[in-house]
Write a protein that binds this ligand. Structure first.
Ligand SMILES: Nc1ncnc2c1ncn2[C@@H]1O[C@H](COP(=O)(O)OP(=O)(O)OP(=O)(O)O)[C@@H](O)[C@H]1O
Length: 430
C-alpha cells in the first residue's frame, strides 16, 4: 500500500511543477496584456478630442475590446490549466485511494491486515493528501508572485546608460560647446544614423540658430547637448572638457530648455514655473514674477481670476492656449537664470496672436541675452537675431555663417529653405 502511495507522489509533484511554471508564464502574459489595455485606454482618453475629431470612437472601441479579449483568452488558459491540475490531482488521489482500499480489503480477506490498520493507513494518507493540496496552493501563489515580480526586478536592476550623478561640477562655467566629429544613431535605430560627422562650435554668450529640413536632426542635436544620449563616435566638449566628465544632473541644471510642445504638470502656474528651480519651495515670489514677465506671460496670468494659483496641466490644460503654454515653459526655463538656453521653436499649435506673443518674448530675451543660446529656429525673425546659423542636412553641418553669408551661397541649402518659405513663413506678421 505504501508503494502505491509512493508511486503517486512523483506524479502529483510533477503536476505541481508543470502547473507552477505555467502559472508563472500566464501571470507575466496577463501583466503585459493588462498594461497594453491600460495604455490604450489612457492614451485615447487623454486625447479624446483627437479621437472625436477623427470620428475614431468605434475603431478605438474595437482596439480596446481586442485587448480585453486577449485578457479573457489568457484567463481562460489559466483556468483550464488550474482545472487540469486540480482535476489531475484529485483523480490521482482518488485513484490511489481506490487501489489502497481494494488491495487493503483483499489483504483483510487473507487475514494479513486488520480493519484498524487499513483505516489508520487511509486516515494518514488523507492527511498527507490534504497537506499536499495546501502546499500546491502555496506553490501556485509563489509562482504567481514570481511571475509578477520578475518584470519589476528586471526594471529595478536596469543600470541607466548615463548615470544621474557623478563627475565634475565646474565652479565657473563659460559655456562654450564644441561638437567634434560626432556620429550618432538612436539605440533603437542603429541602422539609420542621424549624424555621421558633426563639427560645430557653439560660442559662449552668443546665439546659434540651427536650421535644416524636417527630420534632419535638429532636436537630436539639443538632446545630445542635454546628454540624454551619448555620441557613438567623436565627442562633445564644454569649455574644452568632455561632456562625459561633468556631473549629468549638474550639467542639465545649467541649461534652460523649452521644447516644441512643452508639457505642463497638473498643478498651479506658480508651481509649474518654479519647477525649473533646484529647490522649488525656496524660490522667491519676485523671481517667479520676473520669469513670467520675461516670457510675456504676466499679463495673461493676471487676467485669470486665480492668477498664479490657476490650475493647469492634465486637469486644467484646456484653460491655456498653445502659446500660453509655450510662454509658461519659457518662464520655467528662465527661473534659474541658466548659463545656457536650448530652445526648440514651436511650429505648431499656435494661432497667429499667440505665435506673435511667443516670438516677441523670445526676441526680447535673445536681444538682451548674455547666455549661450542654441535655438532650433523656423523663422527669419529668430534667425536674424543669431550670431551664427548652422545648417543641418544629411547627418552633417553643411553650411555655417551669418544670415548674409548663407544667403550669398548660390544653390545653398539655407537659401533654398528661405526661398521655399520653409523658414520665415510669417515674418511679415512680426
Ligand atoms: N527617440 C527616437 N528614437 C528613434 N528615432 C528617433 C527618435 N527621435 C527622433 N528620431 C528620428 O530621428 C530623426 C531626426 O529627428 P529630429 O526630431 O531630431 O528632427 P528635426 O530636424 O528636429 O525635425 P523637425 O524639424 O520636424 O522637428 C527623425 O528621422 C526621427 O524619426
Amino acid at each position: 500500500m505504501t508503494k502505491v502511495v509512493l508511486f503517486v507522489i512523483p506524479i502529483i509533484l510533477g503536476t505541481f511543477y508543470v502547473f507552477g511554471r505555467l502559472q508563472r508564464r500566464y501571470t507575466q502574459m496577463m501583466q503585459e496584456a493588462v498594461a497594453s489595455a491600460n495604455q490604450i485606454a489612457t492614451e485615447r482618453f487623454s486625447n479624446v478630442r483627437t479621437v472625436r475629431m477623427l470620428v475614431a470612437e468605434k475603431k478605438e472601441q474595437a482596439a480596446y475590446i481586442e485587448r480585453m479579449m486577449e485578457i479573457w483568452r489568457i484567463s481562460k488558459l489559466e483556468g483550464i490549466a488550474r482545472g487540469a491540475m486540480f482535476g489531475g490531482f484529485q483523480f490521482t488521489g482518488y485513484f490511489a485511494m481506490t487501489v489502497v482500499l481494494y488491495y487493503g480489503s483483499s489483504l483483510i480477506g487473507q487475514g494479513l491486515l486488520t480493519y484498524g490498520d487499513l483505516s489508520s493507513f487511509c486516515l494518514y494518507a488523507v492527511f498527507c493528501a490534504t497537506s499536499l493540496g495546501n502546499l500546491s496552493n502555496f506553490y501556485t501563489e509563489l509562482m504567481k508572485g514570481l511571475g509578477a515580480s520578475s518584470r519589476l526586478f528586471e526594471l529595478k536592476n536596469r543600470v541607466p546608460a548615463i548615470p544621474l550623478t557623478g563627475g565634475i561640477k565646474a565652479e565657473h562655467l563659460i559655456g562654450e560647446i564644441h561638437f567634434e566629429s560626432v556620429a550618432f544613431a538612436y539605440p533603437n535605430r542603429e541602422e539609420s544614423p542621424i549624424f555621421t560627422d558633426i563639427n560645430l562650435k557653439i560660442p559662449a554668450g552668443k546665439i546659434t540658430a540651427v536650421v535644416g529640413p524636417s527630420g534632419s536632426g535638429k532636436s537630436t542635436l539639443a538632446q545630445l547637448i542635454l546628454r540624454l544620449y551619448d555620441p557613438d563616435q567623436g565627442r562633445i566638449t564644454v569649455d574644452g572638457v568632455d561632456l562625459k566628465e561633468y556631473d549629468p544632473s549638474w550639467w542639465r541644471r545649467q541649461i534652460g530648455t523649452v521644447s516644441q510642445e512643452p508639457v505642463l504638470f497638473s498643478t498651479t502656474i506658480w508651481n509649474n514655473i518654479a519647477y525649473g528651480a533646484e529647490k522649488a519651495e525656496e524660490v522667491e515670489n519676485g523671481r517667479v514674477q520676473q520669469a513670467a514677465q520675461q516670457s510675456n506671460s504676466l499679463e495673461f496670468i493676471h487676467d485669470f481670476p486665480d492668477g498664479f494659483q490657476t490650475l493647469v496641466g492634465e486637469l486644467g490644460s484646456s484653460m491655456l492656449s498653445g502659446g500660453q503654454k509655450q510662454r509658461i515653459a519659457i518662464a520655467r526655463a528662465l527661473i534659474m537664470n541658466p548659463r545656457i538656453l536650448v530652445m526648440d521653436e514651436a511650429t505648431s499649435a499656435l494661432d497667429a496672436t499667440s505665435e506673435y506673443l511667443v516670438r516677441q518674448a523670445l526676441s526680447k530675451l535673445l536681444a538682451n541675452s548674455h547666455q549661450t543660446v542654441l535655438i532650433i529656429a523656423h523663422r527669419l525673425s529668430t534667425i536674424k537675431h543669431a550670431d551664427q546659423i548652422a545648417v543641418l542636412d544629411k547627418g552633417t553641418i553643411v553650411e555655417l555663417g551669418t544670415f548674409e553669408d548663407l544667403m550669398r551661397i548660390e544653390d545653398g541649402v539655407f537659401k533654398k529653405l528661405v526661398e521655399k518659405q520653409t523658414i520665415g513663413w510669417r515674418e511679415d506678421s512680426f
